[in-house]
Design a protein around this ligand. Sequence first.
Ligand code: FES
Length: 149
Amino acid sequence: MFDLKDLYQEVIVDHNRSPRNFGKLAGADRMLEGFNPLCGDRLTLYLKLADGRIADISFDGTGCAISIASASLMTDAMKGKTTAEAETIFNQFHELVTATRADPDLEKFGKLAALAGVREYPTRVKCATLCWHTLHTALTSDQTTVTTE
Ligand code: FES
């Protein structure tokens, strides 16, 4: 029988083992480091912006399976989006993983829904949102580092 939890687990394992958009981005306009002081993990996000869109995006660094899978899924989801669309997706994803919406419509999140399970584990929420806060900050400020604390 089809089990959604197994499918989501597979997505996370796949994106951790073979992260998409991993590595430095040549010609990036913005580079921002995300740091989780609780564990010491650091991810760096690279962005190329053109005509109000995320023309290209990548990341590198070290992190747990959830943080790497989340960065991989996020960069896939954000490529080509306008900065306004990216902010909307950021807010929706944040609601999804912090359980501020009781009954989320998982279908609209596509593969990002694989990370919805972290809402049960507050420390894992920081892992899943590390790259997302880094992107949000990169798009809205001139900071060069963002931390989860
Ligand atoms: Fe460090 Fe997950 S344990 S980001």
